[in-house]
Design a protein around this ligand. Structure first.
Ligand code: SAH
Length: 689
């Protein structure tokens, strides 16, 4: 659960009665939360490491801890909580997530900061842990939609300007919201419910109905909304801009910050869209630059002079070449920064080549308003394959002069600008390049989850929590369908066919490298003939450092345990599992193991006994066993344990082949001491009699 709880830390929980404290204490241990109890409960409650006592009134205690925690869980009447927190509330961007649990542990209410503070998500996590019902009252959640104000959170997008409440209200009313997405992952668009209010196809604007009542811009540009437009609008900024910086030694942080700010303002670029700063490696210790990056939480990508020198740029400089060994720092670094694939790109992203930029050269970029976007859209239809570098004045004139700018410079958005600031030491050059894929700034996670045999009540609460916490869930379609009730609005759920295990693992790694939290589900236990091994194997093959993406494995009840539970206690003595599938294991190896298990008197769980094309293996396996065991040796055949068409047959080795078996069946072959008693299969614990 470690990876799941990180996001909400630090968490406090408050219980004012022993019942409440006993309910919350184990949850707090799992979440790594501090449980606060009043002095009156001190003697009754088992004090553990994460439990602390407050001596003041709860009202005063809350004043002390309000700023300290990102989330506060109350086990208290919701009315009392409302009164307690009301004097402390500021706004949804600053308040901690507030969640209320009833003393019976039946409901988890997301009370405050549902979206921004993550209270909705925490309520989901808690309710899975408590087996309770989450009470989430936000309109978008109940429509099965991602919240407008958290739409880009998984992708690390930054919220720009806009009227967030009004746009959300339009969504709540079910009215049409126009989406203008120029950059950033479009994954969120592909996993919306059938009935959603978003209109992505605005190419025939004016001719379609219903008329949009709100608009979402997803862009790197800083839009200037038309003053007379009464359409509420919001802006999301995927982090796609790499700012190349060259500077003199000792250039101040202030100069760097002001320079970037001014260039961005002049070009109508959004500061929120900055992915990071790129420069030459000898500037890796430039104090002003390093401090600027730290303050803004931006990555600093550095490149050697040799590498930078290989990049074709519009404005090379001989003077710079003599000084640092490359004719361009800012432009070349911006281009390389934008091209470095830290987050592995995925195929569905809007890259600029196929996105909406063609035709910008016709439009005045600096005066870019809503209307100009529509012109662009129209222009897009007519003019394909236009290089983006045309939209900086300099590169445009270079093109006009017929200069051949190599493809490497085509992602340059703002060519080199020199900046100085009166009274501040140093000088800098700035260039801005556009990356194809956004930088999410998030460390990806892979949650490898066993979903148990089928029924949701056979799945561990940790596994359920992990599924409902993930940004993306990937699995074989049959298993995805079985866990459908666990999914939340906005989650990206990718079903894949049964045979595509490797592709599933690849896809999961790709999305985790991008920065998403990806749940990979397998039936039973994910580490027993499941996806956990495949994912880890492929990570290893890619030179994984064991940390990024972070991995956590969530065990599940395996088919052999499920089958055993349906017939009694056949696995009470030494047992093993053998899969008869020779797709990944040569038959000789399987045969050797069957012989060894039969000889050594193991109880054996046979997995993958048969498929449509693979029928001979089971016959061979039974014949091997008959060489070492009696025909009366008890056998249980369990098909679809804990699923709708469950079927259980008790039989013997001699008659096994007469029972119908398919690929959803597991076969348990008892040992010599296993017996069947009143339809219960029991293997004695020992051999002593
Ligand atoms: N990871 C799974 C095994 C996947 S291999 C686990 O731990 O259970 C797939 C095989 O598992 C099937 O061919 C079948 O032999 C067995 N199996 C999976 N679910 C089952 C179920 N509900 N009932 C019986 N057998 C099952």
């Amino acid at each position: 659960m470690n990876l799941i709880c990180q996001e909400f830390q630090p968490i406090a929980a408050i219980a004012t009665t022993p019942t409440a404290a006993n309910l919350l204490q184990p949850i707090c241990q799992t979440l790594g939360a501090t449980l606060w109890i009043p002095e009156s409960c001190q003697k009754i409650v088992n004090l553990s490491l994460n439990t602390q006592v407050y001596t003041d009134s709860l009202k005063n205690h809350l004043v002390n801890i309000w700023q300290e925690y990102n989330a506060i869980i109350f086990c208290l009447a919701s009315g009392a909580v409302v009164r307690l927190i009301s004097p402390l509330l500021q706004d949804k961007y600053r308040d901690p997530a507030v969640v209320v649990v009833d003393e019976a542990g039946k409901f988890v209410i997301s009370l405050c900061s549902g979206h921004q503070g993550g209270a909705d998500k925490l309520s989901n996590v808690l309710s899975r842990l408590l087996n309770a019902t989450p009470v989430i009252t936000g309109a978008s959640h109940n429509l099965g939609l991602p919240g407008i104000d958290i739409l880009g959170k998984p992708f690390g997008w930054q919220r720009g300007e806009g009227n967030w409440n009004q746009v959300s209200a339009v969504v709540a009313r079910g009215e049409t919201v126009q989406v203008l997405q120029e950059v950033g992952s479009t994954l969120w668009q592909q996993h919306l419910p059938e009935q959603h209010p978003f209109d992505f196809d605005f190419s025939e604007i004016g001719e379609r109905s219903p008329t949009p009542k709100a608009r979402i811009w997803i862009s790197f540009a800083h839009r200037q909304f038309l003053p007379d437009s009464d359409l509420p609008e919001v802006q999301w900024h995927p982090r796609v801009l790499w700012v190349g910086v060259g500077c003199e030694r000792g250039t101040s942080k202030k100069l760097i910050a002001t320079g970037i700010e001014e260039i961005f303002r002049a070009h109508h670029l959004a500061a929120g869209a900055i992915a990071g700063i790129a420069t030459i490696n000898i500037k890796a210790d430039e104090i002003g630059l390093v401090e600027f990056c730290q303050e803004r939480n931006l990555p600093l990508r550095t490149f050697s002079g040799e590498l930078l020198n290989c990049v074709e740029v519009p404005n090379p400089s001989n003077i710079v070449a003599v000084e640092v060994g490359t004719s361009s720092v800012a432009e070349a670094a911006a281009i390389l920064g934008a091209r470095q694939e830290q987050n592995e790109p995925e195929k569905d992203f809007h890259g600029w080549q196929d996105a909406d930029f063609d035709g910008w050269q016709d439009t005045d970029f600096h005066g870019y308003t809503d209307d100009s976007f529509f012109q662009i859209q129209k222009g897009k239809k007519q003019q394909q394959n236009t290089d983006i570098h045309r939209y900086t004045d300099d590169s445009f004139s270079l093109l006009q002069q017929g200069e051949n700018i190599l493809k490497s410079s085509t992602n340059l958005l703002v060519s080199k600008q020199i900046f100085r600031l009166e009274g501040e030491p140093g000088a800098m050059t700035i260039a801005v390049a556009l990356a194809e894929t956004e930088y999410t700034g998030r460390t990806g996670k892979l949650l490898l989850i066993g979903t148990g045999p089928g029924k949701l009540n056979q799945m561990t609460s940790a596994a359920k929590t992990a599924v409902s916490y993930a940004d993306v869930v990937i699995g074989y379609s049959l298993y995805i369908d079985l866990i459908q009730p666990l999914f939340n609005p906005g989650q990206i759920v990718e079903k894949m066919p049964i045979t595509q295990e490797r592709q599933r693992a690849e896809r999961a790694i790709e999305l985790a490298n991008f920065g998403l939290t990806v749940a990979v589900v397998s039936s039973g236990d994910c580490g027993i003939y499941g996806m956990a091994g495949l994912v880890l194997e492929q990570l290893r093959a890619k030179g994984w450092d064991g940390k990024i993406p972070a991995v956590e494995v969530f065990p599940g009840v395996s088919a052999l345990q499920s089958a055993a539970s349906r017939v009694g206690a056949p696995l009470m003595h030494d047992f093993c599992a053998i899969s008869l599938s020779d797709l990944l294991t040569p038959w000789e190896v399987i045969e050797k193991r069957l012989i060894a298990a039969a000889m050594a008197d193991f109880v054996v769980a046979i997995y993958n006994p048969k498929s449509q094309n693979r029928t001979e293996q089971l016959v061979k396996a039974v014949n091997i066993f008959l060489e070492y065991r009696q025909p009366e040796n008890p056998v249980a055949i369990v098909r679809s344990a804990y699923r709708e068409n469950e079927d259980v047959t008790l039989t013997s080795l001699g008659e096994l082949l007469e029972v119908s078996v398919d690929m959803l069946t597991v076969i348990l072959i008892g040992n010599q001491s296993t017996g069947i008693y009143n339809n219960w299969m029991i293997t004695p614990r020992g051999y002593l009699g």
